[in-house]
Ligand binder design. Structure first.
Ligand SMILES: NC(=O)c1ccc[n+]([C@@H]2O[C@H](COP(=O)([O-])OP(=O)(O)OC[C@H]3O[C@@H](n4cnc5c(N)ncnc54)[C@H](O)[C@@H]3O)[C@@H](O)[C@H]2O)c1
Ligand SMILES: O=P(O)(O)OC[C@H](O)CO
Length: 328
């Protein structure tokens, strides 16, 4: 299968960066954005100052406000925030093109992963997941990055990988769709915890401990949901966890930093233009972990902090005072 025209749903930072990556070889890209200003800026100035400032975009990217304009695309990157994917897919008529899911989150209420949401809305469409350690501004600027491209149909996966690959963008194939999704969703919650460590100045040791014990949580939950351990230890799991837990370029890390500095979750989440997926995923993940009988103390701590139910001091004390146990 040859994939030429790529459609992109979502004109935020990551949708725009992926459009830029997909346009690198000179093939056309059609990007749907919700904001009229974004559509106009891309078409008139080859730029997206609202979500991806100071990055000149390829002229091969054409933006539209009409989802139906994606109907003839050979494959569609779905890059809306996780909580809006169902609604946006439901309002599009995009035939049977493969859907490449790029949002990192779990749907509130249903507790479903994006592949499960997409399969409900478009039961006939082949599904893939693209996830990994990728700050949008770096990818859009053409800096090197690698991602997991998970697709049960490996022939389709190879076609998608071949279409998106460039000297600066390297997809690694996997069949483990669930594993790729769980890594991306869980790391956002753990990044909030690492941001708290930074904001409260708890030190580098604490951050490394959180990354390691957070990875143990991610692995326990992932295995319980049918993910493969190798996927969780790969780009879409551990790779993205390390990236997002290390830098204020991460919105989730920055949100946690604010909590660590003493601001409230409500204050930090009010009037945001950009999305911090971990804040939406944390409570759903806590419920899903409970359903699966999986212990996720760091996730529970992040929820309590976001909900204003515990202070940072009391949270750290409680995590450190948990009964001693084997590391595995
Ligand atoms: N930014 C990154 O570096 C990056 C990298 C990899 C994955 N992702 C993931 O990509 C997804 C999209 O994130 P982003 O960074 O492009 O977003 P963003 O923060 O740059 O922009 C916000 C997006 O949310 C959309 N939005 C806001 N309110 C909405 C509503 N009511 N209905 C539908 N859409 C609405 C906006 O149109 C915009 O596309 C997220 O799941 C994120 O985790 C982001
Ligand atoms: O800014 P964040 O925290 O949403 O992280 C962006 C990407 O997911 C990093 O891979």
């Amino acid at each position: 299968m040859t994939i030429e025209t790529i459609g992109v749903i979502g004109g935020g930072a990551w949708g725009t960066a992926l459009a830029q990556a997909a346009a690198a070889g000179g093939d056309p890209v059609v990007l749907w954005a919700r904001e009229g200003d974004v559509v106009r800026a891309i078409n008139d100035q080859s730029a997206n100052p609202l979500f991806l400032p100071n990055i000149p975009l390829s002229r091969k990217i054409r933006a539209t406000s009409q989802l139906d304009d994606l109907a003839d695309c050979d494959a569609i990157l779905v890059v809306a925030p996780a909580q809006h994917v169902r609604e946006i897919l439901g309002s599009a008529s995009i035939g049977f093109a493969p859907l490449i899911l790029c949002a990192k989150g779990i749907e509130a209420g249903s507790k479903k992963l994006m592949s499960e949401v997409a399969a409900e809305v478009y039961p006939g469409s082949p599904i893939a997941v693209l996830s990994g350690p990728t700050f949008a501004h770096e990818v859009a600027a053409g800096l090197p990055a690698a991602v997991t491209l998970a697709c049960e149909d490996q022939v389709l996966g190879q076609s998608i990988a071949a279409r998106l690959a460039s000297p600066a963008f390297r997809p690694y194939l996997s069949k483990d769709v669930i594993g790729a999704e769980i890594g991306g969703a869980v790391k956002n919650v753990l990044a909030i915890a690492c941001g708290v460590v930074e904001g409260k100045r708890l030190g580098q040791n604490a951050r490394a401990a959180l990354i390691s014990r957070g990875f143990a949580e991610m692995t326990r939950f992932g295995l319980a949901r049918g993910a493969e351990a190798e996927t969780l230890a790969g780009l879409s799991g551990l790779g993205d966890l390390v990236l997002t837990c290390s830098s204020t370029s991460s919105r989730n890390f920055s949100l946690g930093k604010g909590l660590g500095e003493g601001k409230s979750g409500a204050e930090l989440l009010a009037d945001r233009t950009t999305v911090a997926e971990g804040a939406h995923t944390a409570p759903v993940l806590r419920e899903a972990a409970h359903d699966a009988g999986v212990e996720m103390p760091i996730t529970e701590a992040v929820c309590a902090l976001l909900e204003g139910k515990n202070s940072v001091e009391a949270t750290v004390e409680a995590l450190m005072a948990r009964p001693l146990k084997n590391e595995r």
